[in-house]
Design a protein around this ligand. Structure first.
Ligand code: GLN
Length: 212
């Protein structure tokens, strides 16, 4: 069985742990490099990306996360690539911002692992938060509950990044959950609904990349 860590610096980490315990998956709060190195998958929760990014760096977690999410590339000794037998990461909301390669200003300290561009607070202030359901065929036959709180918008997806679900916003289909190999990012919070399907998907993804 894989073990999941939830980055517990700030934000909705307790809610993720609670969902994981509901689906009987071992989960721990991660605040140190030692705790990080004991898990196969890591959830970076929603919250305040500036705070999470700053403290992640302060505790030396950023370098270790980047190292574990990537593998030395076969083509060059110094290059690293995402892939097999690596740490699987899911960033929700603020977590998605921290995973992104490009963030519009104001930019927090990011990991820059996932080739997407993202803009913070793109649906307006807290009062414009909303709840809806989203179709994510790869994850669930039913529509998945999604809560958007001061959510960011993914404005570009890089080559090979798979869009798993979109939000119909006016005339646009906006990507709200995307995946690249062992990296998953959602701009919404599934941990605030009763639906456990995205968590179950993340655990199965972690199993694939942990080779367990
Ligand atoms: N607005 C927050 C940020 O930019 C993200 C909000 C959230 O995680 N719910 O960090």
């Amino acid at each position: 069985m894989v073990k999941i860590g939830v980055l517990a610096i700030q934000g909705s980490f307790a809610e993720h742990i609670e969902v994981l315990s509901r689906i009987n998956v071992p989960a721990i709060e991660v605040r140190t490099v030692e705790e990080l190195n004991s898990v196969d998958g890591l959830i970076i929760p929603g919250g305040e990306s500036t705070t999470i990014g700053k403290l992640m760096k302060y505790y030396g977690l950023d370098k270790e996360i980047i190292k574990r999410a990537t593998l030395p590339s076969r083509s060059s000794k110094n290059e690293r690539e995402l892939g097999a037998s690596a740490l699987t990461i899911w960033g929700t909301c603020a977590g998605a911002i921290l995973l992104a390669k490009q963030v519009a200003e104001p930019r927090p300290d990011i990991l820059g692992l996932l080739d997407i561009s993202i803009t913070r607070n793109a649906y307006g202030p807290q009062i414009e938060s909303f709840e809806t359901t989203i179709s994510i065929p790869k994850i669930s036959k039913k529509k998945v509950g999604a809560v958007f709180i001061r959510a960011p918008k993914i404005t570009r997806v890089g080559k090979g990044v798979e869009v798993l679900g979109v939000l119909k916003f006016g005339q646009y289909d906006e990507p709200v959950i995307v995946q690249y190999n062992n990296l998953l990012a959602s701009t919404f919070h599934p941990e605030l609904t009763n639906d456990t399907s995205v968590h179950e998907y993340f655990v199965s993804l972690t199993r694939t990349y942990a080779k367990k």
